[in-house]
Every structure is written in C-alpha cells, then in structure tokens.
Design a protein around this ligand. Structure first.
Ligand code: H79
Length: 566
C-alpha cells in the first residue's frame, strides 16, 4: 500500500513527538539549585532497626516476612526534626533530601495511598511533615527522594531481592496511578520542594515517565527532577546506565566528570552504607572535603548521605565529622557557594571554582617548588591565598606559575584566589597543565584502541585528565611503558583510570621497573580506579611499566604521575 506523503510526514512527526522528553525546566530553577552546591541526603526507615541496607537487604540479608514487619517496632522516640536541620546547617549544607519511600515501599509520611506508612507504626508521627516544617523554619531547602521502583507494592512487576523476582499480578497502569498520587501528595502537602529525587526506574519507561514529569511541572514549575524519573525503551533503569532525562544527572558513589553543559549532583555516603550500620567505616575529614571540592570543581553539587539510627538520632561521630566540614566551609565559603566549576578542568592535583571576577584554584596536594598551571586568557589583577597573604604570579610560555608563600600550604585544600579583569564565566575550559606530567618522558603501549592517535599512550603524560590511553574492547592483558629522559628516583605513583565510575576495569596489575633488559615488579595490586595512589621504597630506573594482568573490559588510563616524598 502506498502511504500518502502528507500522512507519512505526520506519522513520522507523531513518532518523534513520542520520542521527545518531558518539558524543560526554567533556567532560574537550575541556577538556584546549582548555587546551593552542598546538601544532605538522609536514608532512613524501619530497616535501621536491623542495621542492614535499605531496600537491597529485603529478601537477601533480611527475610521478606521479617523486613515487612519491622515497621511494627519502629519507634524513633529521639527523632527531632529541628536537630537534623541544625546538623545540616552546622555542616554548611543548603538543602536536605529524605527517603520518603525507598525500594522497600515503606512510606515515611501520612499517605492516603497505602497503610504501609509511618502513621501505622508505634511512632505515629508524620516524619516528612515535621522535617519539611523544620527545614522551612531553619532556612534549609527540603526535597524528597521517592523510589520509582517498589519491590513491595503488589502491582509493581518486580520484587525482592533486588528487583530480581516477578510478582504474580503486575499492573503497571495501577502502579503508575499509585506513584502519581503519591508524588502529588508530596508536592502538594510538603512543598514547594527543592527536588524530587527518583531512583531505579525499573519497568517505568517514557510512556509513563514523560506524562508524570509534565504533571509535576504543572504542580510546581520550578521543581528540579533528577534523571532517574524514567527509563527509555528499557535503557536507563539501573544506576550504571543513566540517561540525561529531566533536569540533572546523578553519579552515585563517584565524583562526576567535568561538565558545564548539563547540571549534575554526586550522591555519596559519609560511611559505606546508605542506611545506618553499626561501626560502618567513616570517611576522614580530608576525604569528605575533597569529595565536595572535586565535585564542585567539575561543576556538580554534592549530596552527602547520613543514615540516622533507629532511635532517630544521627550518630555522634557523624555529627562531629559534619561539623568539621562546616567549620572548614565557614572559612572558605567564598570558594564554594554560588560558584561554578572550572575554568581549569579537574586533575588529581587541583580543581578550580569561579564566580564574578574571581577564580579559586584549589591545590589538593602539596607541590615542591613553583605551582604551574596553564595560563589564563585574561589578565590577573591580583592573587592571594584565600584568608592569607598576597601571591606574585607570572605568565610565560603558556603557563601561569607562582611560589606559595611560606606556611601557606593547607593539609586539605590550599585555595588561591585570583581576581581577574573580566567575568570568570566567560573563560572556556582549560587543561590544568601545559607541561608533561613527567618532563622529557615518552610513553608507549602494547595495544591502542583502533590505533587511533587520540588514544595513544602519550595521553597519560599530557596533564589533561580528559584525554586517555585506551585499549580495544574486551582487552584483558596489556602494558603501558614510560621511558624517562634519564635515570629517575621516585617512591610514589598516582594513576587515574578513566571509565571507573562504578568499578575499576583493571582487576589485577603490577608496576615494574627496567632492570637492564628485564622487568622487575616493585608493586602489585588489584583495582586501580579514578584516583589510585601507592607509595613504596624508593625506585631508581630508566623506565617503568604498568602491566595489566586482568581486566573486566579494555583498560583505559587518563593520567600517570610519579611522586617523590622525603
Ligand atoms: O538509595 C541509594 C541506593 O540504595 C540506590 N541509590 C542510592 C541513592 C541504588 N539503587 N540502585 N543502586 C543503588 C545500585 C545497586 C547497587 C548495589 Fe548494593 C550493589 C546493590 C547491591 C550491591 C549498594 C551496595 C546497595 C547495596 C549494597
């Protein structure tokens, strides 16, 4: 049959309409959200009684029957919303997002859509209501996390453990109605909200998601919605494969890459588990601040997670750590809030932030001798250590350099404030350094992805974290060699592995030095990852090899640096 061309055109455009995304948000809402830069994530629910992970432990570490009855004992008598808000404020956080419903389906508010909620616990208090009110009173923006998937709800097709089982009577239309009624309650009764933070849109694709987001847009036009609101044709339902849907991206437990074009927020835990776990391993103050600053330097927000205890208190040592972050931020607030990332792209050594005519260069590792970065395309009017003495800078051969005044190095983050002639936002992204990370050295490799020069071994020495050496897909074994200009002594190495957001591709490696005509191993390891560091007894040699012995996919490395510490 011949289809008239007019009809064909309208069929095609109907198709492309279907493929479109939800309505975009107003730019002012994005700016308001980005200006905050730092927020608190709270993962809480009856599962805190067990100390296991929220959602994921249902049907694995905790039997489903037991998990689903925990709410009957949930009585967090020490819960005080004003105290949580005070902790967030003391940490220097500007917003707070609470798990109103996680994958386990339990609701922390007085919802009319299910009895499986906080009003039917011995506690009988609407936690979301109290927290929203405390945030409003305390001047902290309030947002709600709402799990798109629901392994407890009978109409949702998938169940525990981890969405791997199938329910007998799935009904996505009924589940969509439930979800829409619940998020409407959240926005209407507890809003306006700073964000609606969806998670794991299993089974929830664009046919449900686009109308749902557009419905929310009508309810609250400036509501920031994250990219986990819906999947597309089955893609983007996990956290490993995220799509740029709705308003912002959400790298999880990793710091996102430099991106000024699309808003993003790293979500990360202060300990290892999202929900409270006794004696969970907690990050050091330096790790906490570096997480925040590296995120801001890439132009992202950080939402930093605590899991309150079953009694309603945030663990004392976590409160202390957050207060330490707040004390640091109180001194250095100019270089964080309302800034954007860049102009220098982040490297393992440094990141930068900017606003107005100021650029803040954050030096995350002490440098012996002068600090050198690639030159700015604008004149510098003045330079100083933030809260410290003036600095004399000089520009030559495409590099900006200066010597830090005595005693100005900070253990965590040494911030240099540059006042420039013009608007810092007008500067296009710069590579951090114009110099080779190991002057005079040459790099080579056993294999190169498609023999493409843009993935050559030399990329690991160019000081630009966005370029990388890459190997063919599926490569398990490969080596990368660096030949020095002369015999060199070092006792440390930094390696930045690209594409290691969720886990390192490298699974087993060794570092070798050249010994005449053979190679001797001086360090062995398993994973590398985005910021690998190792130190060892001093090594003196004319060449080294990173010998990769096993990998889950073709290894790819963006930078290698050597260090020599006394
Ligand atoms: O709510 C938090 C996680 O529960 C949720 N997103 C953040 C904000 C999340 N959904 N999917 N995933 C995380 C990816 C799954 C990771 C897993 Fe695991 C690895 C599941 C089981 C092993 C993380 C670590 C969850 C339990 C242990």
């Amino acid at each position: 049959m011949k289809i008239p061309s007019l009809l064909l055109t309208s069929l095609l455009s109907a198709g492309s309409l279907l493929a479109q995304d939800a309505a975009p948000i107003q730019p002012a809402a994005i700016k308001n959200w980005q200006d905050a830069r730092f927020g608190m994530f709270i993962h809480w629910g009856p599962v805190s009684l067990k100390g296991n992970e929220i959602g994921w432990s249902r049907g694995s570490q905790v039997a489903i029957e037991e998990y689903d009855n925990l709410y009957k004992q949930f009585n967090p008598t020490k819960f005080n919303a004003d105290e949580w808000v005070a902790v967030a404020k003391a940490a220097g956080m500007k917003y707070m997002v609470l798990t109103t419903k996680h994958h386990d389906g339990f609701c922390l508010w007085d919802t009319k859509q299910t009895d499986y909620n906080i009003m039917n616990t011995p506690f009988k208090r609407d936690v979301v209501k109290e927290l929203a009110a405390a945030c409003k009173k305390g001047g902290i923006a309030f947002g709600t996390y709402y799990s798109t998937c629901d392994w407890h709800h009978p109409a949702f097709p998938l169940g525990s453990p981890g969405g791997k089982s199938h329910k007998p009577n799935p009904d996505m239309k009924a589940y969509d109605a439930y979800l829409q009624a619940q998020v409407t309650e959240l926005v209407r009764n507890y809003g306006p909200l700073f964000t609606l933070w969806f998670d794991v849109p299993q089974s929830y694709d664009q046919t449900y998601g686009i109308p749902m987001v557009n419905m929310l847009r009508k309810l609250q036009p400036d509501l920031m919605i994250n990219n986990r609101a819906y999947s597309k044709n089955g893609v983007g339902s996990g956290i490993g494969h995220q799509l740029p849907v709705a308003d912002y991206d959400t790298p999880e437990q990793s710091i996102g890459g430099f991106n000024m074009d699309r808003p993003w927020e790293t979500c990360m835990t202060i300990c290892e588990q999202w929900a409270w776990k006794p004696n969970d391993k907690m990050k050091s103050l330096k790790e906490c601040i570096h997480t925040l600053i590296r995120t801001n330097g890439g132009d992202g927000n950080l939402i930093f997670n605590v899991g309150p205890q079953p009694d309603g208190l945030i663990e004392g040592r976590q409160v202390e750590r957050l207060k330490e972050m707040g004390a640091w931020l109180a001194k250095n607030s100019a270089a964080v809030y309302e800034t954007r990332g860049g102009p220098w792209k982040p490297s393992s050594q440094l990141v930068s932030t900017r606003k107005g005519n100021k650029i803040y260069l954050h030096l995350l590792r002490k440098v012996d001798g002068p600090v050198t970065v690639s030159a700015l395309p604008v004149a510098i009017k003045s330079a100083k250590v933030l809260n410290g003495p003036a600095i004399k800078t000089s520009t030559a051969d495409g590099s900006l350099s200066f010597v830090m005044p005595d005693n100005s190095w900070d253990e965590i983050d040494t911030i240099v404030e540059l006042t420039i002639d013009g608007d810092a936002m007008s500067i296009a992204p710069l590579k951090p350094s114009t110099q080779s990370s190991i002057p005079g050295a040459k790099a080579s490799a056993s294999v190169i992805y498609q023999n493409d020069p843009q993935y050559s071994a030399e990329m690991v020495l160019d000081g630009d974290p966005e370029t990388r050496w890459a190997t063919p897909e599926g490569t398990k074994q490969s080596w990368l060699q660096i030949d020095f200009a002369k015999e060199t002594t070092f006792n440390g190495v930094n390696i930045e592995e690209a594409y290691s957001d969720h886990s390192s591709r490298v699974k087993k490696f060794e570092l070798q030095k050249k010994d005449g005509s053979s190679w001797t191993t001086f360090h062995k390891g398993d994973a590398l990852g985005a910021h690998f560091k190792a130190s060892f007894a001093p090594v003196t040699t004319s060449a080294i090899r990173l010998n990769i012995l096993d990998a889950s996919d073709g290894p790819t490395i963006s930078e290698i640096q050597l260090s020599k510490k006394p």
